[in-house]
Design a protein around this ligand. Structure first.
Ligand SMILES: N[C@@H](CCC(=O)N[C@@H](CS)C(=O)NCC(=O)O)C(=O)O
Length: 287
């Protein structure tokens, strides 16, 4: 028996659900509504001491951390495989999942905070808002929650988030333009499941095209992902009209500022962003 503790519109839960859908697995859902602070309930903290979703329970084993859960599911239910058969391919997948864990998860969360969660939190009583911040048991997370809610896209965390999306899509384009349809090997893998929720969130906020413009290989890859049954089951088929309307309206309000921060990043970092030339190209340039 598989039980997933999740919030229905949480990016790292979508990652796990995409993997379960790709495998065609049935699972029981326990809803942990994040905005009601259910993740800090003492009973939930017993199974996930980090106070976050998702958590997967399988035959008495409790597994936390979405990337770890995805690998666990892939190993335990090997068909269809979502990891390439060779070590180099598996290393390639892990380069993407590590990037998502280290940078993109925070970037997606910050953009969501600057848009819809900020809107929700600004209308709370101050005491309720403070309690929400106080509940976060991790100073790093508390800092970005506070900063995104207090300063919105002007926050330094938002600048980092916009830069992280820019680098992600730049690197996806470089890879997909050379390797073809998928990020690792010849089929959909855990790398796709890891990136998809953060692309979907940016798309629902009405921001993804800021990064996709002029990146045809990534745009085609994104269309391939959206045409899969797993995407329909986890995203289009699950989010309500109210969810979609909230994301779209709140994203609309920050779009111009996000574009400006992207320009600011490209301007400040352009000389440091040039991809290194190959020895052959340098020789041709007379370097
Ligand atoms: N590294 C963790 C991150 C988990 C995480 O931050 N989950 C978010 C939802 S996507 C959450 O539960 N946030 C709780 C909160 O904001 O208080 C994972 O990948 O499982």
């Amino acid at each position: 028996m598989l039980t997933l503790y999740r919030d229905h519109n949480a990016v790292c839960c979508h990652k796990v659900e995409l993997v379960l859908a790709e495998k065609g697995l049935d699972f029981q859902i326990v809803t942990v509504p994040l905005f009601r602070s259910a993740q800090y309930d003492p009973d939930y903290l017993l199974i996930n001491p980090r106070g976050v979703v998702p958590t997967l329970v399988h035959d008495g084993a409790t597994i936390i951390e979405s990337t770890v859960i995805c690998e666990y599911v892939d190993e335990t239910f090997p068909t269809p495989p979502l990891m390439p058969g060779d070590s180099a391919g598996r290393a390639q997948v892990r380069q993407w999942t590590k990037l998502v864990d280290e940078e993109i998860h925070e970037a997606g969360s910050v953009l969501s905070f600057c848009a819809m969660f900020r809107d929700r939190m600004l209308v709370m009583e101050e005491s309720e808002r403070e309690e929400r911040f106080r509940n976060v048991g991790n100073p790093g997370r508390e800092d970005f929650y506070r900063s995104s809610v207090e300063d919105g896209v002007a926050s330094r965390f938002a600048f980092r988030a916009v830069a992280a999306y820019e680098r992600l899509v730049r690197d996806l384009e470089a890879q997909l333009a050379t390797t073809g349809s998928w990020l690792a090997g010849c089929r959909y893998s855990l790398a796709e499941a890891a990136v998809t929720p953060y692309f979907a969130r940016a798309e629902y906020l009405g921001l993804l095209d800021i990064w996709l413009a002029g990146r045809p290989a990534t745009a085609a890859w994104w269309d391939r992902i959206k045409s899969r049954a797993s995407f329909a089951a986890v995203l289009t088929g699950t989010l309500s009209n109210a969810d979609l309307a909230e994301m779209s309206a709140s994203g609309d309000k920050i779009r111009t500022e996000v574009e400006a921060r992207r320009d600011e990043y490209l301007h400040a970092y352009s000389s440091r962003l040039a991809r290194p030339h190959s020895p052959e190209e340098r020789e041709k340039d007379g370097a």
